[in-house]
Design a protein around this ligand. Structure first.
Ligand SMILES: Cc1cc2nc3c(=O)[nH]c(=O)nc-3n(C[C@H](O)[C@H](O)[C@H](O)COP(=O)(O)O)c2cc1C
Length: 184
């Protein structure tokens, strides 16, 4: 399995990092794109650089590289996850503004009818955010907000992060042991 993982400049970049770590562990190939704003958040929230994250991915691409393989629908991938997904990137994808490699790859994922998982993190949400997300849902995307649950008894922040990452993997049909599922 091969998925595109994009990290954008929303709070919660740790979700994207954990997804990359888990994909590596599970043998899932990843094609990574980190936006400029995400680089700022990586430094601020985790003290990490783009170079640190590139080590976790199979391949990585500049968000400015519109000539990259993943900008074309003819390049075979199983889907794409944008984790976390800023409201700016949500707005661009919802309106077909494919002006960088992240929004172009997301546009391609939708047109090829592949799995597109968007993980927004913003609160509260304004009417534009909500309308854009509804538009994306109707276009075939999965809107999977970074909303940890509490019924599985999280003890650490990492348990809450892993719950969200587990939910993302489930959308690609991937089995995992990131949290105790209801009934287990
Ligand atoms: C410290 C900080 C935290 C931010 N948190 C969020 C957030 O949680 N959600 C969001 O939609 N945007 C957030 N932003 C704004 C985005 O970084 C900004 O809209 C940026 O243009 C997004 O660009 P990108 O989607 O290309 O990464 C934050 C910005 C900063 C500086």
């Amino acid at each position: 399995m091969r998925i595109i993982v994009a990290i954008t400049g929303s709070s919660g970049v740790v979700y994207g990092v954990r997804l990359l770590e888990e994909c590596k562990k599970l043998g899932i190939q990843t094609e990574l794109i980190i936006s400029k704003a995400a680089e700022t958040l990586l430094k601020l929230e985790l003290g990490k650089s783009a170079a640190d994250l590139k080590k976790l991915a199979t391949k990585s691409h500049s968000p400015d590289d519109m000539m990259a393989t993943i900008a074309s629908g003819s390049y075979k991938v199983d889907g794409m996850a944008v984790v976390p997904c800023s409201m700016k990137t949500i707005g661009a994808i919802a309106n077909g503004i494919a002006d960088n490699l992240i929004t172009r790859a997301a546009d391609v994922t939708l047109k090829q009818e592949r799995r597109l998982v968007l993980v927004p993190r913003e609160t509260p949400l304004n009417a534009i955010h909500l309308e854009n997300m509804l538009k994306l849902k109707r276009a075939g995307a999965v809107i999977l907000p970074a909303m940890p649950a509490f019924y599985h008894g999280p003890k650490e922040i990492s348990d809450m992060i892993d719950f969200v990452v587990g939910r993302i993997l489930e959308m690609f049909g991937v089995e995992h042991k990131l949290y105790r599922k209801w009934g287990e």
